[in-house]
Design a protein around this ligand. Structure first.
Ligand code: ADP
Ligand code: MG
Length: 204
């Protein structure tokens, strides 16, 4: 990974595109067991990050991740705003003046996911974005030297999103529905999967 965040405009664009292409499906998922605002929440953040894209690309990763976390916190509404904001801020903090490299990334991402768990008081199996973020973090740490490493991240994210279908929601708005939350994929898990897959595709 380059020492500066020069690749960020490309990654932000890739994320914007996948949310745009899948907006209808994601909105339907959030309407089924949430309140239907997930895409507009995400798009507010994506627009704010797109506006900062050029200036972010001049920064080192630690500063860029911190700036992105603050922008996400202040622009994205809903539960997902503070959770994604926390992910980026904790990743920045865990860098602790070290460069972001393929070697340091798995640990940095794991620290970010741990902070999301704390912030949301949630864990794997509760039908949230964590059902994607946790398996991907585990995959990253296990298979640093695997041949199909990028494909495996994508598969972990896809399996994680699918795994939420039959889960009972115990966190977030969907938990208000009790057993009626079963049978629907969680919108936040699906959007996390889509964004992770788009980022991986943009990197290879
Ligand atoms: P809101 O639920 O406030 O309308 P969004 O629709 O933007 O916010 O995001 C909803 C998503 O946030 C859910 O689909 C779920 O994946 C995630 N989420 C909600 N609560 C939590 C939590 N406590 N921990 C982790 N993720 C959560
Ligand atoms: Mg919502």
């Amino acid at each position: 990974m380059p020492n500066t965040a020069t690749i960020l405009p490309k990654l932000i664009l890739a994320v914007a595109k996948t949310i745009e292409i899948n907006a209808e499906e994601l909105t339907a998922l959030d309407q089924a067991i949430g309140d239907g605002d997930h895409v507009t929440n995400l798009q507010r953040g994506i627009q704010a990050l797109t506006a900062q894209s050029e200036s972010l690309s001049q920064l080192d990763w630690q500063t860029a991740l911190q700036k992105m976390g603050m922008t996400i916190m202040s622009s994205v509404g809903g539960a997902s705003g503070s959770l994604y904001g926390t992910l980026f801020l904790a990743m920045s903090k865990s860098l602790n003046n070290q460069p972001l490299t393929l070697t340091t990334f798995p640990d940095v991402f794991l620290k970010g996911v741990e902070a999301v768990k704390q912030r949301g008081k949630a864990d794997k199996g509760e039908k949230t974005m964590l059902d994607v973020l946790i398996p991907v973090a585990e995959q990253l740490r296990q298979d640093a030297n695997a041949v199909n490493i990028f494909e495996q991240f994508k598969q972990a994210a896809i399996a994680g999103a699918e795994s939420t279908r039959d889960m009972l929601a115990t966190k977030g708005r969907a938990s208000f529905l009790g057993v009626r939350s079963q049978g629907h994929i969680d919108a936040g898990a699906k959007s996390s999967q889509l964004m992770i897959c788009a980022i991986v595709d943009a990197l290879i």
